[in-house]
Design a protein around this ligand. Structure first.
Ligand SMILES: [Zn+2]
Length: 378
């Protein structure tokens, strides 16, 4: 077992990170880890943070590894924002943390999960700290693409670019690590479009599979205005259930893992020194839950996009594997009933809805507008 096990299909991409663990020559103070959503950039950052703290270079099982991965390590600070932009005060707080030497670990590691959400002014404040960091401080910045962060930051960081793993690599991971049936593994890897976290959850939770099916089926059921409004409300409700189910399971797992590594049984009273670590974990979980709701809706839109992508492929007669093989008959009906221009219009409506959600428009309003646009032209 190793902290890198979950960073799938990126052996070459993460080689510089692995080389830097334990080698001062390959180490640097600022890293920029880029990759599309689902490529595992924040996971790679946490794995690197854990490997830097671990005595065995990232065994995945010791207390250092587990607390670093879960976000509870005293010398690993994670900034995962649920806001559209990271505030200048948040960055100032991080900089002051970055100034202090590690309390117990080997490195002071600061992970900024959404470095693309900084304004130029905030980036400039951060730049000073990245240029002259204390000797044991490492900044790990994550962003979808290198051009999403200020050029000044980019030029002073070492860039590690992740890619979307191949669906076969994701399926293989599910088979070997999670014991998933090969047919199901392949189906969910395709449905998740190689997003490892989503694929794993679809494989493990039949409820999650049913909710995804429901989302994909919604689009084919919209005929009139009434259907569209109902479909939007359903989509919000299904997504909220999904976010809740997903965070509850993960929160409990993380809490138990942390309590175990701290040597405390669940239910027993924790000494104050340990309580702070549990509190930090809970704060991270709360922030994540807020964010998860938006991510799940975004995911629902991705699922719908995959449906229309399949419809377009069918209309074009393209010889490609369908992402939603299980919905083939629906897809073929939709392809026959509409034109390619209709399908493109629907795909546009989906990307507009995604932009609106990212801009903090009320989810229900954004989805109603989207569902109305998905109505078949008569
Ligand atoms: Zn370890």
């Amino acid at each position: 077992m190793s902290v890198w096990d979950d960073v799938v299909g990126q052996e070459e991409q993460i080689a510089p990170l692995r080389a830097a663990v334990g080698s001062t020559n390959s180490m640097t103070h600022a890293w920029l880890i880029t990759g599309p959503p689902g490529s595992g950039r924040s996971h790679a950052a946490r794995a690197f943070a854990a490997a830097l703290q671990c005595d065995s270079g990232g065994c995945g099982t010791c207390r250092e590894c587990q607390t670093a991965l879960s976000g509870a390590h005293a010398d690993v600070t994670l900034l995962a924002t649920e806001k559209v932009t990271i505030s200048i005060d948040e960055v100032r707080d991080l900089i002051s943390v970055a100034q202090s030497a590690p309390s117990q670990g080997k490195w002071r590691v600061i992970v900024v999960e959404d470095a693309d959400r900084m304004t130029e002014r905030t980036s400039n404040v951060l730049l000073k700290s990245i240029e002259e960091p204390p000797p044991r401080t490492v900044w790990l910045l994550c962003a979808p693409a290198a051009q999403d962060v200020a050029v000044t930051i980019r030029s002073r960081s070492r860039v590690v670019s992740l890619r979307m793993p191949d669906p076969d690599a994701v399926a293989q991971l599910l088979i070997t690590r999670d014991g998933v049936d090969p047919v199901l593994a392949r189906e969910v890897a395709l449905a998740a479009q190689s997003h490892i976290g989503v694929a794993r959850r679809l494989a493990r939770d039949p409820g999650a599979r049913a909710r995804r099916d429901q989302i994909v089926a919604l689009a084919t059921e919209i005929r009139g205005v009434g259907d569209a409004v109902l479909a939007a409300a359903d989509l919000v409700a299904v997504s909220e259930q999904d976010a809740k189910a997903s965070s509850e399971e993960r929160d409990a797992d993380e809490r138990n893992a942390l309590l175990r590594t701290l040597g405390a049984d669940d239910g027993g009273r924790l000494p104050p020194a340990l309580r702070a670590q549990v509190k930090q974990l809970e704060d991270n979980q709360k922030r994540r839950a807020t964010r998860l709701k938006r991510d799940v809706l975004d995911r629902a839109i991705t699922d719908l996009q995959s449906l229309y992508r399949d419809v377009a492929a069918t209309q074009l007669g393209a010889q490609v594997e369908l992402i939603n093989e299980a919905h083939r008959s629906h897809i073929e009906q939709l392809a026959a009933r509409t034109t390619l221009a209709d399908t493109m219009r629907c795909l546009d409506a989906l990307s507009t809805a995604r932009k609106r959600l990212a801009g903090n428009v009320s989810p229900l309003l954004a989805l109603e507008a989207m569902a109305l646009a998905l109505r078949p032209a008569t």
